[in-house]
Design a protein around this ligand. Structure first.
Ligand code: GLY
Length: 419
């Protein structure tokens, strides 16, 4: 089967590696891909917002399956357009991807289907938003309704911060995405990311993970897209897994069917384990990044076989087995990230890395210069993963690889999975 992966980050590198390992994969393409993905795939210079070009390239290259990694093309309806051209797609429709594409849709959905979540209200008027924030605060969370490249959430601990965030968003900091905002009550507890494969009402639990969102050690510094992750989450128990499946994942799948927007693909529920049980912080309509870089290396079954079974509405027939081992990934980011950073510095040590059992370097934001050197080309640049039978051993193995990479313009957290 000829397959196209949409995306070019660490998540898509992990997906490309797993899919290309399948005997069913005859040729893998990626758009746009990256130098790491290019080891497994032919990279196509196609903008991922140009849906018509993607469709015509699929027709030209006889691509039979498209696997969509990031949320933006899903929310924009790429899956729907490909399906209309009878191309198999792994990923939800635009109507189903509203679970991530509109924070208000997700909150209203949870309320209608009694899925546990914090108190919230939606606003377009700053005076009313501030009054509500003061009523539920001083701690509260301000969210842009639409997609804002992972930057549209501000956790506030004072009234002043909340008012500032409300003004910033309603004044258009994220364009149309923040013309409507959600003000939410703060809830507390450990966070867990739960991943499931959903086809209508059929829910298959995949794995849990914990992301490390703050930029610096000790959970200090600004929020990022994720500076490292571990799977399974140290909080996962079979009782918790069951609670999440029964009270969050199944009602979500069922509710989307009732709403006439059946969900297909990976559902990533970002949850907080409060004293009252797990509550939804947010839904995402795809694998997490960097969570995919710790979940997929633990998958012992054939990812492509699972995806094909899912696309043919037969996911229940697929074998889905994960190793009980621990995987951790450490993100190496450009100095300055998540603020401004320089691109173009040369990274050494990747070429001499020889992949050994359970150790991987995924490219998140790299490019190649004219001399063929790997260079930094983004905020999060590399995702260094290792697997072992304990958190401590997985840490040792991942940081061994990190130490072998020479990149003076990069930084990383030293405390990923240091439980
Ligand atoms: N790691 C957070 C995300 O993928 O959204």
């Amino acid at each position: 089967m000829k397959i196209l992966i949409i995306g070019g980050g660490g998540r898509e590198h992990a997906m490309a590696r797993a899919i290309s390992a399948s005997k069913k994969c005859t040729h893998l393409f990626a758009a746009p891909g990256n130098p790491g993905i290019a080891e497994f795939a032919t990279c196509l210079n196609l903008p991922i917002d140009d849906h018509l070009s993607i469709i015509s390239e699929c027709q030209k290259l006889a691509i039979e399956l498209v696997v969509i990694g990031p949320e933006v093309p899903l929310v924009a309806g790429l899956a729907d357009r490909l399906r209309a051209h009878e191309i198999l797609v792994f990923g939800p429709s635009a109507a189903a991807a509203r679970l991530e594409g509109s924070k208000y849709f997700a909150r209203d959905f949870c309320q209608r289907y009694n899925i546990p979540q914090p108190a919230y209200a939606r606003f377009t008027d700053s005076k009313q938003a501030k009054a509500y924030a003061s009523k539920i605060g001083p701690e509260c969370v301000i969210k842009a309704d639409g997609l804002a490249a992972g930057k549209g959430v501000v956790v506030c601990s004072t009234e002043k911060q909340a008012h500032h965030a409300i003004d910033m968003m309603l004044d258009g900091a994220f364009g149309d995405a923040s013309q409507t905002i959600i003000v939410e009550a703060c809830i507390s507890g450990p966070e867990i990311s739960a991943f499931a494969l959903i086809d209508g009402e059929d829910v298959i639990w995949l794995a849990s993970a914990r992301d490390h969102k703050r930029a610096y050690d000790g959970d200090e510094g600004p929020n990022t897209g994720g500076m490292g992750a571990v799977s399974p989450s140290p909080d996962e128990t079979s009782e918790l897994q069951n609670d999440i499946i029964e009270n969050i994942l199944k009602p979500t799948a069922k509710g989307m069917v009732s709403d006439g927007a059946p969900y297909t693909g990976i559902l990533y529920a970002g949850l907080m384990l409060t004293n009252e049980g797990p509550q939804v912080i947010e839904f995402n309509c795809r694998f997490g990044d960097p969570e995919a870089q710790v979940i997929l290396p633990r998958l012992e079954s054939d990812l492509l076989t699972i995806i094909i079974a899912h696309c043919n509405h037969q996911q229940h027939l697929a074998e889905v087995l994960f190793s009980p081992d621990i995987a951790i990934t450490v993100i190496m980011a450009s100095k300055g990230y998540p603020g401004n950073y320089q691109s173009g510095s040369i990274i050494k040590g990747i070429d001499s890395f020889t992949e050994e059992s359970g150790k991987f370097i995924y490219h998140s934001g790299t490019g190649e210069n004219a001399d063929g050197n790997i260079i930094a080309k983004g905020g999060r640049v590399l995702s260094v993963t290792a697997i072992a039978n304990s958190y401590a051993q997985a840490r040792v193995r991942a940081y061994e690889t990190v130490s072998s990479i020479e990149w003076s313009d990069g930084f990383y957290r030293t405390d990923i999975a240091d439980f």
